[in-house]
Every structure is written in structure tokens, then in C-alpha cells.
Design a protein around this ligand. Structure first.
Ligand SMILES: [Cu+2]
Length: 222
């Protein structure tokens, strides 16, 4: 009889650990509008173990002078294959945004232009370190892309409506981190108590580049 409450507590704890929640995040721009292409990452609270995510293989193409997808989110250890679909050369470079703007690259290679009927020239890079990687091209300054290397299995990018859904998240205390290619400063992470269905709105100070350009365009007509 004395052991019954303890047993019940253990069963409850076991059930609790097995629960997986769905976390829906809505990220908002500085003007309050939904912010697409924001990366949302959940990390366990301090002291909790971080389960490793299964690395994946993904392709980022260079086509019509653009990286496609413009932003990829992959777990640490994933492989990105860069494939040139244009008929002309590209010289792909990548590194953390601060390194790249200082002219230092973590990797770079030239990909010859695609020849009709042949496999597109490509090269593969393993993403060893968590964090954002900016992509560029030595030959075409307007080319810009990003790979966000996530430290946990719970990461995604927001769609056009500013939302991202993270499935299979364990319940409990988590830190929510938000990153955006156009952010000027790091966003503070948000403490989150994950429950079976968790929705959270994250306002940011990010003004996406496209919107800024529209603003300056209209500004020039004054
Ligand atoms: Cu190029």
C-alpha cells in the first residue's frame, strides 16, 4: 500500500516523457506583418540533453542567377550539394554572415556552366557547425542564399503566412530561437513551456529586405 503512490507517480512520469507536442510559431516583422523565411529553432532548457538530429542530404541549385531554395534549414552534419543549372559558371562561396562580409569563406569552389544533356556540375559540402551560413557567388554579387544549420531536431522556416510548425517536440521547458537573413541584430531567445498543443507569436525588429527596397523606391519619387 505504501508503494502505490510512488508507482502511480512513476507511471505518470513515464507517460509524460512519452508525450510529443506540436509547436506552432508565428513570427512577425517590425511592422507586425507575418515574416516569411524566418528560422525557428527549439533548444532544450539549460542542462537538458540535446538529442542529435538525423543528418539529411539536400540540393541547392544555382539557376537564373539565384540560389534555390534561397534558405535551407538542415540539421548539423547534413550534406548540401550545390548544382549549377545555368549555362554559365558560378563560383559558390559560403561562411558565417560576419565572416563572409569580412571577405573570409568557410568553403568556395567554381562550378562550370551546365552543358545540355549532361549532369549539372556540382559539389558537396558537409555542414559541421550549427548556425547560419551565408552563400554568395564571386562572379555575381547579387546572388545571395542561406543555409541554417540547426543544433536540434526541432527547426523549420516560416512560410508566406509567417508560421512554422514543429512536430514531435517533447513537453517541458524549451528555448525558442528565431533567426532571419535580414536581421540586423541577434534576436533574444524566448523561454517556452511546451504543452501538447503550443502556439506562440514572436514579434521581431526584422524588416525584410524586399519591403525595405519597396520603401526606398517609393521614397525616391518624393
Ligand atoms: Cu554566379
Amino acid at each position: 500500500m505504501r508503494h502505490a503512490p510512488l508507482l502511480a507517480a512513476c507511471l505518470l512520469a513515464g507517460l509524460h516523457a512519452a508525450q510529443a507536442a506540436t509547436v506552432q510559431v508565428t513570427v512577425l516583422a517590425r511592422d507586425g506583418k507575418p515574416l516569411p523565411d524566418a528560422v525557428v529553432v527549439l533548444e532544450p532548457a539549460a542542462g537538458q540533453p540535446v538529442p542529435a538530429a538525423q543528418p539529411i542530404s539536400q540540393t541547392v541549385t544555382q539557376e537564373k542567377m539565384q540560389f534555390d531554395p534561397m534558405l535551407s534549414v538542415v540539421p548539423v552534419g547534413s550534406k548540401i550539394r550545390f548544382a549549377n543549372l545555368d549555362r554559365w559558371d558560378h563560383h559558390v562561396k559560403g561562411g558565417t554572415p560576419s565572416l563572409l562580409s569580412a571577405g573570409t569563406t568557410a568553403f568556395e569552389f567554381r562550378l562550370a556552366g551546365r552543358v545540355q544533356g549532361q549532369t549539372p556540375p556540382s559539389s558537396e559540402v558537409t555542414m559541421e557547425k550549427a548556425g547560419p551560413i551565408q552563400l554568395g557567388c564571386h562572379l555575381h554579387g547579387s546572388m545571395r542564399g542561406f543555409v541554417y544549420v540547426a543544433p536540434t531536431p526541432w527547426a523549420a522556416k516560416t512560410s508566406a503566412d509567417g508560421t512554422a510548425t514543429l512536430p514531435q517536440v517533447p513537453e517541458g521547458a524549451m528555448q525558442l530561437r528565431v533567426w532571419h537573413p535580414d536581421q540586423l541584430v541577434d534576436q533574444a531567445s524566448v523561454a517556452l513551456q511546451v504543452q501538447p498543443v503550443t502556439t506562440v507569436n514572436v514579434p521581431t525588429l526584422v524588416q525584410p529586405r524586399k519591403a525595405r527596397r519597396v520603401q526606398s523606391d517609393s521614397g525616391s519619387t518624393y
